[in-house]
Design a protein. Structure first.
Length: 139
């Protein structure tokens, strides 16, 4: 494993640990000065540290029991791709969907582009139709 791939793996691991601890400060410490988070299913963009902090605050409020069950990670010189399952209870606004109180088990893929020891942001891919069906919002 090249030193860059190893460094990217460690950076991604620090990010995941901070996420699991609900440490927004720890999450922001892994990001570039102007991160960009894109929710591909909705087109929503969260640009800059304040917007990313608000995104995580909203996620942790909308699903207080949220976890990301890691399925696989692909680590390279340009970043990390993570396959996970988002698991939790939908008790607040989530990706623009009003709370339903229902459980969520949402497979997703997250791309973490990296440069110079920082994560540039995240691109989160998931099937919105599947999420809406789980929440009883679509047949």
């Amino acid at each position: 494993m090249s030193s860059l791939v190893h460094a990217n793996k460690r950076l991604w691991q620090r990010h995941v640990i901070a996420e699991n601890r609900r440490s927004i400060e720890g999450l922001l410490a892994t990001l570039t000065a102007e991160p960009l988070y894109v929710i591909m299913a909705t087109g929503a963009e969260h640009r800059g540290r304040d917007a990313v902090a608000a995104f995580y605050t909203g996620l942790f409020v909308s699903m207080p029991d949220v976890t990301f069950a890691l399925q696989a990670a692909y680590i390279g010189e340009n970043g990390v791709v993570e396959e996970s399952v988002l698991v939790g209870t939908h008790t607040g606004d989530l990706f623009g969907l009003a709370p339903t109180g229902r459980p969520v088990h949402l497979p997703l893929t997250i791309v973490f582009p990296m440069v110079n020891g920082d994560i540039l942001g995240e691109r989160m891919y998931f099937d919105m139709d599947s999420l809406q069906r789980q929440l009883g919002l679509r047949a």
